[in-house]
Write a protein that binds this ligand. Structure first.
Ligand SMILES: [Zn+2]
Length: 415
């Protein structure tokens, strides 16, 4: 039977030899070392790397491109305070417009799934959620948004926010979020985790919490999250984002908690660019990087991913929705340099994120959904190093984006 699309002369992970990939009905129907008959549409990969499309497992769609007001101290506290001041003014139309810009940038860079945390609190109420849900709906057939209800102002002493969290899940949020280190102490953090599990269990939803996003080693809510995950039998359904305080813990404490995180099957999502930018602001010499202990987590068998987190706003004035840039930051900051470690970094916005988001049929094997990206690079190492153009981005077997940018050298420049 004729294929809808065939991709010829492609390199895929784990194969030395070029292959032909045949796609029919939105799925990969054949991966062959031989040449297949050309399909109705045809791409010559020319020896380039064909990969499953990229995933951003941690972002905030509703505040992308909020360039004002400016965060003068650069700290997380000032960012949260500034954001609280303008949250009530954000309309659904405005959120959809800015979020759409971010999603189109992400798609152009080969990302087809994104997990977005949206503030649910006494200031935002459900207003921001409405904007993000409308965005999710707008792109439903071509780009997947998982929405996390995120109680930025805490739950332990905030019954109104607890009530709003229940409503957010009913309204259509997919995942229960949290920020235990935003509570007043570790006891209150434990209470927040209890409440989040109560909501998640009742909603059959996964959990993804901002954990210990601080340089202060007092905070170790990640340990409470791991213990609760094991008690509740929620292994494989929980992610912990940021986990910056881990860098400030002593080695003994870190080893104890990393072992529990591994046992709990928690995914750790390091938001390296934003963590580098926000953490260590109080340090004057030997400024801390403030990122999770990525190497030790990987060595312990923990699923480690990475996220863009913020873009062009009071939390982070940079970013371009390119998960290869984010993974490259993670590789640099966590000292990932061996071939195995570089592969682990490249897999952070791919297989590790797919595991965190529990995406079925993710990959480039027969039967997988044909959600693919063709890099203008010959290998994994080259892709991470160059962050080259994404030649084609394919969703369910159809070309969604083609990047045609090319550099033309004058013939006066010697080769
Ligand atoms: Zn975040």
């Amino acid at each position: 039977m004729e294929m809808d699309l065939t991709i010829h002369n492609a390199v895929i992970d784990g194969t030395e030899k070029e292959v032909t990939v045949g796609i029919r009905g939105g799925r990969i129907a054949a991966v062959s070392p031989e040449s297949l008959p050309a399909g109705r549409d045809k791409i010559d990969a020319g020896g380039r790397l064909l990969s499953p499309a990229l995933i951003d497992p941690h972002f905030h769609l509703e505040n992308a491109f909020l360039e004002q007001p400016v965060n003068r101290s650069g700290t997380l506290k000032e960012a949260i305070d500034l954001y609280a001041g303008i949250k009530p003014n954000l309309t659904t139309d405005d959120i959809v417009t800015r979020a759409s810009r971010a999603i189109r940038m992400a798609m152009a860079n080969g990302t087809l799934w994104l997990r977005s945390h949206v503030d649910i609190d006494h200031i935002a109420r459900l207003q921001l959620l409405e904007g993000v849900l409308a965005t999710r709906e707008k792109y439903r057939d071509i780009f997947t948004v998982q929405v996390v209800a995120f109680p930025q102002w805490g739950l332990a002493a905030n019954p109104e926010a607890v009530d709003l969290m229940w409503q957010a899940m009913e309204r259509g949020a997919d995942v229960v979020g949290g920020m235990p280190h935003g509570e007043k102490d570790m006891d209150a953090a434990a209470r927040q985790i209890e409440i989040a599990f109560e909501i998640a269990l009742a909603s059959d939803a996964d959990i993804d919490m901002h954990c210990d996003e601080t340089d202060d080693p007092y905070w170790h809510s990640l340990e409470l999250l791991a213990e609760k995950t094991i008690d509740a039998g929620y292994q494989g359904r929980v992610a912990a984002s940021h986990c910056c305080a881990m860098a400030a813990w002593d080695d003994k404490m870190a080893a104890r908690i990393i072992e529990k995180v591994a046992r709990a099957g928690i995914t750790v999502i390091t938001n390296t660019p934003v963590n580098l930018h926000i953490q260590g602001r109080g340090d004057t010499r030997l400024v801390r990087r403030g990122i999770a202990r990525v190497k030790e987590l990987l060595e312990a068998g923990v699923n480690v991913s990475c996220g863009q987190d913020d873009m062009d706003n009071m939390f982070y004035p940079f970013g371009k929705m390119d998960m290869l840039e984010v993974a490259n930051f993670a590789a640099h900051t966590a000292h990932l340099s061996s071939p195995e470690e570089i592969r682990a970094a490249f897999d952070m916005p791919r297989y590790a994120a797919a595991r965190a988001l529990r995406l079925p049929d993710y990959g480039v094997e027969e039967g997988d959904r044909a959600n693919l990206v063709l890099f203008n690079a010959k290998s994994v190492e080259e892709a991470l190093r160059l962050q080259p153009a994404r030649r084609y981005v394919i969703r369910d077997g159809k070309i969604l984006v083609e990047n045609r940018r090319e550099t033309i050298f004058s013939d006066r420049i010697p080769g």
